[in-house]
Write a protein that binds this ligand. Structure first.
Ligand SMILES: Cc1ncc(C[n+]2csc(CCOP(=O)(O)OP(=O)(O)O)c2C)c(N)n1
Length: 614
């Protein structure tokens, strides 16, 4: 019987000896590789924290001690050790377990994550509460060097360092975000881990951090003395933390001994560990970026390079920006740590001086773009819908109020599938269209997407194009479509008394619906400004207007149509179809769309049912 077979919960770990724990680490790693090869998921980050997860659950007492995993994409070992081993084959599937920590999924998931850099704040809140209850338990934030680049992480550190809370921040430093990590903090961390310094500490680490006397003052003095000779006081000490490390995050003995000692210390502690993304699985270790998030793969051969992939909307953007950049040297591209996912890899290689990966810093990305724009550059901010949420004030205060021209290429708008509720782009139409000075377009196919990006780029104002995850419709970029005209919709077919006004790629589902029920169909193209002329014309010729969109119904494109009708004092029976007012969990994009009622049959049935009453 393997060690892993005997382990279901953290309590099962407590009596294992070191040899058994080490075997367990290898078994866990193998289990994760095999499991993810069948389900897909985040592989590299999970392989990097196997030893850390084991050591944490061995030393601490979850769920009394609180573990907050930043981003939460690295929690597979944690899930396996906390009662979900048998559910791993359902990971990220509809009805299965989530790829992120979720409070309703397990009492061991103390805080739901998905967006990065929240862990220190949440853990500090819990540490504060533990202190008020006079509890000896600890709150632990486990945060990567990528997530550490965000402002919110520093807001948390800034607050925590001035308290005497029993908070432990573990910096899991693998020198990678999804792609290479960037920025001055990254350079600083690299220095801490570099060459001789880390080499020396790696040896002395066992002595310094594992065997340090567990009395706070003595520990501090010993630390300071030893560190004073090697490291000139770290940034984290200046923030009020007791900084320990760096230590080797794959050395289970050192991890267990160090954590065992830290557990006895009071006040804010900071442990810096060095790990390798993809550790223990060669293909992932050699190319951690490729294995960051994977579909099913063959464990022997890794992931095949599929060059003949159909064109995604991301690729449409990627092609467009390369074309436009070759014509206009003022164009520059900004990404908050999503170069690969946003389709900017080729651009970054071809135009390195016009490419800015600013780290996980959405707020900064937008205001930085504003500065560039005011100085004569033409910024294109490539950002996922879900991450734009984090920069909402910058969108209003720094960009819209001052009407600073730039283009937003908003990827992953609408349902994203397996990443679930934390990553869904369900709200951008609603939260963008209420901001003055903003233009918002939603293409229904590849050629329109390309043209809208050109239109938005060349428009002297703030434009956003929102497009979904996945394969584009009518792949051909040159396929002639009606050119994009400011604020104008495009009629696709004429029908009888029902008119469907659709926004974005859901137009393609509506084509089938409209044909089945002989309805008029309009591709609205612009959410803002909305085509009032078309709405008036439709209202006069039809007795039932249906709006359809892949965005929440509240405040979405349907609301824009209703507002236009009311402004023009027109009335007509209407039905707004979109994402209902709740959060939808993971599943395939198709499954989640169906659950939202955005599949062909549900849309058709709703329309037919409501039309009967007309
Ligand atoms: C606010 C926000 N922006 C972007 C992302 C996308 N994202 C997910 S993981 C990741 C990199 C995280 O790097 P790090 O914290 O070092 O963890 P690692 O994957 O290296 O273990 C990014 C940018 C996110 N989850 N949240």
């Amino acid at each position: 019987m393997s060690v892993l077979e005997k382990i279901d919960y953290p309590k099962d770990l407590k009596n294992l000896n070191r040899k058994e724990l080490k075997s367990l680490a290898s078994e866990l790693r193998q289990f994760i590789i095999e499991s993810v090869s069948k389900t897909g998921g985040h592989l590299s980050s999970n392989l990097g924290v196997v030893e850390l997860t084991l050591a944490l659950h061995y030393v601490y007492d979850a769920p009394k001690d609180k573990f907050i995993w930043d981003v939460g994409h690295q929690t597979y070992a944690h899930k396996i050790l906390t009662g979900r081993k048998k559910e791993m084959h359902t990971l990220r599937k509809k009805g299965g377990i989530s790829g992120f920590p979720r409070r309703i999924e397990s009492i061991y998931d103390d805080f739901g994550t998905g967006h990065s850099s929240t862990s220190i704040s949440a853990a500090l809140g819990m540490a504060e509460s533990l202190k008020k209850k006079r509890s000896k338990n600890k709150a632990i934030a486990i945060i990567g060097d990528g997530a550490m680049t965000a402002g919110m992480a520093f807001e948390g550190l800034n607050h925590a360092g001035s308290t005497q809370n029993n908070l432990l921040v573990i910096l899991n430093d693998n020198d990678m975000s999804i792609s290479n990590n960037v920025g001055a903090l990254n350079n600083y961390l690299a220095k801490l881990l570099s060459g001789k310094l880390y080499g020396g500490l790696k040896k002395s680490g066992k002595a310094v951090f594992a065997k340090v006397p567990p009395v706070l003052e003595l520990a501090r003095k010993t630390e300071e003395h030893v560190k004073g000779m090697v490291i000139p006081g770290t940034l984290f000490e200046e923030f009020g933390f007791n900084y320990l490390g760096p230590i080797d995050g794959h050395d289970l003995d050192v991890l267990i001994d160090t954590l065992g000692n830290i557990k006895k210390l009071e006040g804010p502690q900071f442990l810096h560990i060095a790990t390798k993304k993809g550790y223990g699985y060669k293909p992932a270790q050699n190319d951690p970026n490729k294995f960051h998030g994977v579909s099913k793969f063959d464990t022997k051969n890794g992931i095949a390079n599929n060059l003949a992939e159909p064109r995604t909307y991301t690729k449409v953007f990627s092609d467009w920006i390369l074309d436009e950049a070759s014509k206009d040297h003022k164009l520059c591209a900004i990404t908050p740590a999503m170069s690969d996912g946003s389709g900017l890899n080729e651009f970054s290689k071809k135009y390195p001086k016009r490419f800015y990966d600013v780290g996980i810093a959405e707020q900064h990305a937008l205001t930085f773009a504003a500065g560039l724009s005011l100085s004569g550059h033409k910024p294109v901010v490539a950002i996922y819908s879900t991450f734009l949420q984090r920069a909402y004030d910058q969108l209003i205060h720094d960009i819209a109020i001052q009407n600073i021209p730039m283009l937003f290429a908003i990827d992953r708008a609408g349902i994203v599938g397996a990443d679930g509720a934390t990553h869904s782009g369900n709200f951008d139409i609603s939260f963008i269209r209420c901001i003055p000075n903003l233009i918002l377009m939603a293409p229904s196919n590849a050629a329109d997407c390309y043209q809208m990006l050109s239109f938005g780029y060349n428009y002297n104002g703030i434009c956003a194009v929102r497009y979904p995850r996945g394969i584009s419709h009518n792949q051909d970029l040159n396929k002639t479509t009606e050119p994009i005209k400011f604020g104008r919709a495009k009629k696709i077919r004429n029908g009888n008394s029902i008119a469907i006004l659709a926004f974005g790629t859901i137009v393609n589902t509506c084509i089938e619906v409209a044909e089945d029920i002989n309805a008029t169909l309009v591709d609205m193209r612009f959410v803002k400004p909305i085509d009032k002329k078309m709405i008036k014309e439709i209202c006069l010729d039809h007795n039932f207007i249906v709006t359809v969109e892949e965005n929440v119904v509240s405040g979405g494109g349907g609301s824009a149509v209703l507002e236009a009708l009311s402004e023009m004092q027109l009335s007509c029976k209407t039905l707004a179809i979109g994402i209902p007012d709740k959060f939808f969990e993971h599943g395939s994009q198709k499954e989640v769309l169906k659950e939202c009622g955005l599949d062909k049959n549900t849309i058709k049935n709703k329309i037919v049912k409501q039309h009967k009453g007309c």
